[in-house]
Design a protein. Structure first.
Length: 99
């Protein structure tokens, strides 16, 4: 069963602020999260340890996509932010919730 993908308002703004080429690559990568958003390992997905929110990070070249996975009847992926690699640590410190 596929996951529904939802973008937070801030993530929509982040996506719109990217160059067209990067925006297309990120959009394609986010669509792929609909099938298996928790597959870690050698993939571009990383489970963030010690974090309650966001739970995962997706790497797309020099862009980082932070998201949560909600299981249950309404399985969904909530994209919280799309930031550049250089600003990822700053965003996590400001917006992330440690567990």
């Amino acid at each position: 069963m596929a996951y529904r993908i939802l973008l937070a308002p801030g993530a929509v703004e982040d996506l719109a602020g990217l160059k067209a080429y990067d925006r297309a690559k990120v959009r394609d990568a986010i669509k792929q999260l609909g099938s298996d958003p928790t597959r870690v390992g050698r993939s571009r997905i990383k489970r963030l340890r010690g974090m309650q929110k966001p739970q995962y990070r997706l790497r797309v070249d020099d862009v980082r996509v932070f998201y949560d996975v909600i299981e249950g009847r309404a399985r969904r992926v909530e994209v919280l932010a799309i930031v550049s690699k250089g600003k990822a640590k700053e965003w996590l410190e400001r917006e992330g919730l440690k567990s």
